[in-house]
Ligand binder design. Structure first.
Ligand code: NAD
Length: 299
């Protein structure tokens, strides 16, 4: 059967790797955090003590790491994944990174007779835990077929977006809307609070018009509007994504004035110590700044 390496067992990777292990894949796992490795070993995975050891001899190596710099190092570095896997093997990077990083690593892989697939992840860590993630995949048709069984074990919605790099780019377009609508909602509901309007009635009106959005309608009622600002998806990560998005848009000569403003709003929230909270807490930050009561649904 397929031999799979998995590197990066954080909020997302832990649940994703657990689903693979439970569904019969033979995993070798690595993370700089030993506790995370131990959790997977409990489920029957093989521990590795380095990136190279988690890569060598495997057919597919999955990476789910924090950011571009770490992915460049872990996948493309001297003792990295690409240097350690055999010709014909495949690396699937599922982290959210700069498109240029995906492109560069894919070119390196190709030159060595290896494959790279980018498959960033949509939805929240709670979905990853339940094997209900959404994946945006970039790669050749043949490579997509090779990773599809793994994706089916980790998620419930799989999109092949096009050639390598198109998964990463689709993820940035998606997260742009998700993160910016969060800031828009924060401004709108803070205004509603300042006006002294009923939160329930205001939402009732918005939900019945085209002004609504998925964050406000689906995500917020179970998070900040209930007083729950534990992450989910943190303000730090949202700020990271906006930074990636604005930079990538600038490189593509695609202007993003609202994205740039939203990025600084998230930067303000981080400066005020909210970075580790759920991104729906942007409305709490704004209400604080406006000396206004935070919006909370009654029961
Ligand atoms: P995380 O910080 O919780 O996990 C990253 C893991 O990588 C950690 O366990 C860390 O110890 C490990 N790590 C760091 N450097 C390493 C190295 N050199 N070698 C081995 N392991 C290393 O992050 P996360 O929330 O799991 O997110 C992972 C990626 O997925 C990010 O790119 C993020 O933007 C993206 N993402 C996150 C969410 C979310 O809701 N959390 C949703 C979709 C996508």
């Amino acid at each position: 059967s397929l031999k799979v390496g998995f590197i990066g067992l954080g909020r997302m990777g832990l649940g994703m790797a657990s689903n693979l292990q439970r569904k019969g894949f033979r995993l070798t796992v690595y993370d700089v955090n030993r506790d995370a490795v131990a959790a997977l070993v409990k489920l029957g995975a093989q521990p590795a003590s380095s990136v190279a050891e988690a890569s060598r001899g495997n057919d597919i190596v999955v990476t789910m790491l924090p950011n571009s710099a770490i992915v460049l190092d872990v996948v493309g570095g001297a003792d990295g994944v690409l240097a350690s896997i055999a010709a014909g093997a495949l690396v699937m990077d599922m982290s959210t990174v700069e498109p240029e990083v995906t492109d560069r690593l894919a070119a390196t892989a190709l030159a060595q007779g290896k494959s790279l697939v980018d498959a960033p992840v949509g939805r929240l860590a709670s979905h990853a835990d339940r094997g209900e993630s959404l994946f945006m995949v970039g790669g050749t048709a043949a490579d997509f077929q090779r990773v599809n069984p793994l994706l089916e074990a980790m998620g419930s919605t799989i999109h092949h977006c096009g050639e390598v790099g198109s998964g990463t780019r689709t993820k940035l377009v998606n997260n742009y809307l998700a993160v910016v609508s969060c800031q828009l909602n924060a401004e709108a509901l803070t205004l509603s609070q300042r006006f002294g309007l009923s939160l329930e009635k205001t939402l009732d009106v918005i939900y019945g018009t085209t002004a609504t959005n998925g964050q406000l309608k689906i995500a917020w009622p179970d998070k900040v509007l209930k007083g729950d600002i534990a992450p989910g998806f943190t303000i730090d990560l949202a700020h990271k994504d906006l930074t990636l998005i604005v930079n990538a848009a600038n490189s593509a000569k695609s202007p993003m004035p609202i994205g740039a403003a939203a990025k600084e709003a998230f930067s303000t929230a981080r400066a005020r110590g909210f970075g580790g909270n759920d991104f729906s807490a942007m409305v709490d930050v704004l209400c604080d700044l406006s000396h206004t009561e935070k919006p909370r649904l009654k029961n």
